[in-house]
Design a protein around this ligand. Sequence first.
Ligand SMILES: *Cc1c(COP(=O)(O)O)cnc(C)c1O
Length: 381
Amino acid sequence: MNQTSIIEFIRDTYKTNDFIPLHAPTFSGNEQAYVLKTLESTFVSSIGHFVDQFEHQIAAYTGSQKVVATTNGTAALHTALYIANVQRDDLVITQALTFVATCNVLHHMGAKPIFVDVSPISLGLCPKAVDAYLTDNALLTKTGCIHKQSRQPIRAVLPMHTFGHPVELDELSTVCQKWHLTLVEDAAESLGSFYKTKHTGTIGDFGAISFNGNKIITTGGGGAVLCKTTVTGDRAKHITTTAKTAHAYEFFHDEAAFNYRMPNLNAALGCAQMEVLKQHLKQKRSLASHYYNFFKNSDYQFVLEPHYAQSNYWLNAVICPSKEARNDLLKHTNDANVMTRPIWQLMHHLPMYQDALRGDLPNSEHFATHLVNLPSSPVVL
Ligand SMILES: *Cc1c(COP(=O)(O)O)cnc(C)c1O
């Protein structure tokens, strides 16, 4: 299999000679109508019924106890970790193989990541590697889990469902229980992905979803926190809306909180996008199997969903036979106006996280140098 045949296959799939993006949004339903409604009503901002409706749609679809819509996925993640009681100088176990937002949130909270390896099955945080890291480096004390050498508290475990493929959540939950750690799922990429029968982001204590323009559905910018209990859900709502206590006209705020509420204008777009989510998911699963069949007998290994999961196949990916083959594929496809991308640089290769604690990362290193993401916009085949 050569670069030209791959480019031809992708052009054939998308039936165009124009630029093919990695993931473009589509607005074929009620998007215009709902957005126009907010303009006509003048309720474009923090008050309006589309936000409540959007939250209910996400709750019904995911089975989450309580959903709070936010300005973006990073804000959702911040809200979740804040309620999970992550504090200055705390440590949080996460992946080096992730989008930088996962770590930036920790950084801005004064907390620090510990990078543990990903699983070859899911491309996300590996429960065995987490348990092994903790066994070697942590102690369970009366006040909770601490890092042996630095005596800093280890507060939470923060896996990310890479490209929509769910991590091994039962095993991770067991590790979290054993070490008294809170499980927060970075489910930014995994709306529509299920672990066994449950939606991602609902198994941990919190989940954070993103509705950025490149995700499976979009609100322009937006996110949501999925909360396991109504208590944490109510708290998420409170701290994302400046912690204002209910009153007809007085301004009383009972803590220093955030202005993270999703605007009604964005929620209107989201309500229309939720109506087409199932159709997007169907098209993306067909696209993934189309890619799988194409690469099946080649030395490029198409990334399939884990056996225990139903993935949204947000971004399709292949593992190239070598780093050189990866570089060739990236160069030829992008030169030909077919957008492909390598996976993110590992977080400890970025200047701000180079000194972070970490375990051995052989799987992360392998994916970082061999993986290529392929065009993944929903398409009718
Ligand atoms: C997109 C994404 C985010 C951030 O979402 P925004 O809405 O862009 O703030 C966080 N984590 C991961 C893994 C993402 O892919």
